[in-house]
Each structure stands twice: as C-alpha cells, then as structure tokens.
Design a protein around this ligand. Structure first.
Ligand code: NAD
Ligand code: UGA
Length: 436
C-alpha cells in the first residue's frame, strides 16, 4: 500500500519505518527541514534503539523516503497518517494547531479519495475537527474518511512495541473504513478493536491516565511505607501477583516525566472539565507526581541540611532509560533545585548529555558514572539506566568523598549497599530518618 506519514517525531518516524518494513511504500513528511535533511543523510534526529538500522535498510530498498513536500506525500498515497505533536497550552487544553495545519495541507493537496488516520493523541472530537477542516479546504468531488488509530508505543522500546503491540485500536465511522486500515496491520499478531472515533480517542487518554494513576498510587503507598517502616517493593510485588492488578507500572520513585503522561493527564482533566465533569482523581495524580522531586530533596536534606558547596553526582538525565528525551525529566527539577542551593553537580547520562547541555550549560558533564562519583559527597540516581545497575560499587565507594547513595528509582538492594559500606536512602523502604 502507498502510505504518507505526516510528522517524523518519535511516533511518525517509527510508524513510517515499521510500515515500510512490512512491505509498504512510505513517504514521511515533516515541516522541519532540518529533520528531513538529517533523515535524508541516514541520521536519526533522536536516540531510539534499532530505529536507525530500520530506516537505513528501508531507504536503501526504496520503500521509505523523506520530504518536506506534504503535497507530494499526499498525492502518492491512499492512506495518510497524521503523527504531529499535540502539546499542552498554558490553560491545560491541547494545542491542535499542528493537527489543523496538517489537515488543511492534506485538503489542499487532495487528488483522489483518501483515508486520513489520526495517530496523534488528541482530545475526543478531534476526528470531527479534522474532517471539518478538510471539507472546508478540499476541492469538490473527492471523498475523505477520517479514522482514529491511537499509538501506544513507548520511547526506548518503540520498534518492539510497534511490531508487537498489545492491541490495535481503530475508531471509524463504518466497518468498511476500519477494514481498510486493518489490512495494513494484518501481519501483526495483535487483538484489534474496532469502535467509533470518539471511543478510540478516549481509549488512548484513558490508558495513559490509568498508567499514570498506578504510578502516583504506588508513590503514595511509598510515602506511607516511609512513615510505618513497611517496604514498598514488597507491597508492589504482593499486589502485582494479583492478575487483576499486575506488577507493571508499580515502581515507586521520582514519578513520571516525558512528553506524554504529564501532557495527557492534563489534557484529559481539561477535556473533562470542558464537558462539565470534574475528574478529581487525575488532579491528585498530578499533584502527587509534582511533589516527587521535592520529596526526594527533602530526603537529601535529612542527611545534608546545608547543601551549599557540596558536590553531588547525578546519574541519569533523560526522563527514562533508553532515550535521550529530556522533556519533563525529573532530572531538570532536581538539578534546578540543587543549583539554587549552590551545589556542584557532576552529571552523567549515557545518551542525553547533549540535550542536557542546552538546558544546563554550566554543570560538569562526565564521561561515565565513575567520573561523576569521583570526589562526590553523594550520588543521586535519577534515571535507572541498566548500566547503573551493573556498576563496580567498590570502585565507586573508594572514589567518593562520602559513600552515600540517594536512589530515586529504588534500583539497588538496600541491605547489599549497606554491607558494601554505603549509606543508602531510597523511597518507601523502611522508615525515613527525621529531619534535623
Ligand atoms: P514529536 O514532537 O517528536 O514530533 C512531531 C513532528 O511533527 C515534529 O517533527 C514536527 O516538526 C512535525 N510537524 C508538526 N506539525 C506539522 C505539520 N503540519 N506538517 C508536517 N510536520 C509537522 O512528537 P511525537 O513524540 O512523535 O508525538 C506525536 C503525537 O503522538 C503526539 O500527539 C503524542 O502525544 C503522541 N504519542 C507520542 C508517543 C511517544 O512516545 N513520543 C507515543 C504515543 C503517542
Ligand atoms: C508512555 C506509555 O507507556 C505508552 O504506552 C504511550 O504510548 C506513551 O506514553 C505516549 O502516549 O506517548 P513513555 O512516556 O515513552 O510511554 O514511557 P513510560 O515507559 O510509560 O514511562 C513514563 C514515565 O513513567 C517515565 O518517567 C518513567 O520513569 C515513569 N514510570 C514508569 C514510573 O515512575 N514508574 C513506573 O512503574 C513506570
């Protein structure tokens, strides 16, 4: 099938590469000329494991191409995916300007009947808006169907998630339209749910908001564990054995960041309010999450009431492992707070340091975790990259000024760290020390 993908960010580029891999002819379009230039040189604008190889392979086999010319992409394709960004406005609403602009450009380029598939995460009713915008700008005589096909991939495992999705959701006005899209997914072994547009749009937000709720819930349980001496890791394990609950997304720590959960929870809150419904649970999910970095600093202050002039190693800068994405990363809040206390920061992240430099040009960036910990008064584990689980802790201990670990993601075993001679602090595993 001939496909056009509009937007070559995390979702668009992965979608384009995967559909090409499945044997389709794909034209990826982006309005950002610098991204298209990079892609035409086989360079990927962000870090995503396995993506570069897939893009290069499919470009070489001439199934995948990149352009800024949206009209070319639209004219050559039967199915057009909209994968543009949908950021949050200051008032919490979703900014649909990029969606509208893509819809308008599609309409102006139409040369036949097309199926327009919205993969961006958009508030309920946006499918109607896309259709209205296209109808307003298109020439008479061409028929357009709009479908909602939300994306559930995660950064860091995007290729795997796209090739083996837990489910495929297709929201369409008729079964006939839905079947057109089903054909594209026929080779993937995944349950397919066909529903109406509004339902598909809500499924996406409901899924992200529910996962965010799980995280804030376990972080609230961690707070309680800190008061009582219980162990949140065992609580999560104990809960997770119940198949109705499941262990996933019950990792206590600094909470959720990234370009999706914070944005989508806010958007669902705002959409609900727009329909006159107060979605109070979600307000608390955000409040709990917003308090996590401050809670971590509170813990650090129990040990270092005066941080002025202390040297701290910050391990991990991206919002989660296996990505260089710094959007709403907890490291940002933590570094800002530490800088306000005149802390000397020695940071290390396997791939996100270039992006971090744009935000924090004046902190010290290190070549590895050992260099970051060298001479430090404390180590702060902020993002749980796999390599941080495998460090030579004896070497770290001997190089630090004080062998103290504040584990923001609960990745280490407290007893082992103590046996190795570290002072070890984390979330929800035993009573917290009292502030002095
Ligand atoms: P992104 O910001 O990485 O990429 C969006 C791209 O769209 C940019 O390159 C931008 O230049 C381009 N663009 C914007 N308007 C355009 C236009 N009119 N014409 C051509 N190009 C245009 O965004 P993303 O992370 O890929 O997310 C895209 C959507 O998918 C969002 O709604 C997001 O919520 C959703 N989503 C993201 C993820 C994720 O893991 N990042 C997962 C699932 C869903
Ligand atoms: C999330 C969803 O998992 C995807 O299904 C969805 O498609 C995507 O949002 C989206 O809509 O854009 P992503 O943001 O890439 O994907 O990353 P996650 O792995 O979900 O992690 C999100 C945040 O939650 C990270 O900051 C992570 O550290 C945090 N998290 C995750 C926890 O604090 N605890 C957990 O138990 C799990």
């Amino acid at each position: 099938m001939n496909i056009c993908v509009i937007g070559t960010g995390y979702v668009g580029l992965v979608t384009g590469a995967v559909f090409a891999e499945l044997g389709n002819d794909v034209i990826c379009v982006d309005s950002a000329a610098e991204k298209i230039d990079l892609l035409n040189k086989n360079k990927i604008p962000f870090f995503e494991p396995g993506l570069e190889e897939m893009v290069v392979r499919n470009r070489n086999e001439e199934r995948l191409s990149f352009t800024t010319d949206i009209a070319r992409g639209v004219r050559a394709s039967e199915i057009i995916f909209i994968c543009v960004n949908t950021p949050t406005l200051d008032n919490g609403e979703t900014d649909l300007a990029y969606i509208k602009s893509a819809a308008r450009d599609i309409a102006l380029a139409l040369n036949g009947d097309k199926t327009i598939v919205n993969k961006s995460t958009v508030p309920v009713g946006t499918g109607d808006l896309v259709l209205e915008t296209i109808n307003e700008h298109k020439n008479e005589g061409f028929n357009v169907d709009v479908v909602s096909n939300p994306e559930f991939l995660r950064e860091g495992s995007a290729i795997r998630d796209a090739l083996s999705p837990d489910r495929i959701i297709i929201g369409a006005s008729t079964k006939k339209v839905a079947f057109r899209l089903m054909e594209l997914y026929a080779t993937l072994e995944a349950p397919i749910l066909i529903t109406n547009l509004y339902t598909a749009e809500i499924i996406k937000y409901a899924s992200n908001a529910f996962l965010a709720t799980k995280i804030s819930f376990i972080n609230s349980i961690a707070n309680l564990c800190e008061q009582t001496g219980a162990d949140v890791e065992d609580v999560a394990r104990g809960m997770g054995y119940d198949k109705r609950i499941g262990r996933d997304f019950l990792n206590a720590g600094l909470g959720f960041g990234g370009s999706c959960f914070p944005k989508d929870v806010k958007s669902l809150l705002s959409t609900s309010a727009g329909f006159g419904y107060r979605f109070d649970i979600l307000k608390h999910v955000m409040e709990t999450n917003n308090g996590r970095a401050a809670h971590f600093l509170e813990l650090i202050k129990t040990r270092f009431p005066d941080l002025n002039g202390k040297t701290v190693a910050v391990l991990g800068l991206s919002f989660k492992p296996d990505t260089d994405d710094m959007r709403e990363a907890k490291s940002i809040e933590i570094i800002k707070a530490l800088l306000e206390e005149s802390v000397i920061i020695q940071a290390y992240d396997p791939v996100a340091m270039q992006r971090a430099r744009e935000m924090f040009p004046d902190i010290r960036y290190c070549r590895n975790a050992y260099e970051a910990c060298d001479g430090a008064d404390a180590m702060l584990l902020v993002t749980e990259w796999r390599e941080f689980r495998l460090l030579n802790m004896e070497k770290i201990k001997n190089s630090m000024k004080h062998p103290i670990i504040f584990d923001g993601r609960n990745i280490y075993d407290p007893e082992r760290k103590k046996r190795l001679g570290f002072e070890y602090y984390c979330f929800g595993r035993g009573k917290w020390p009292k502030s002095s």
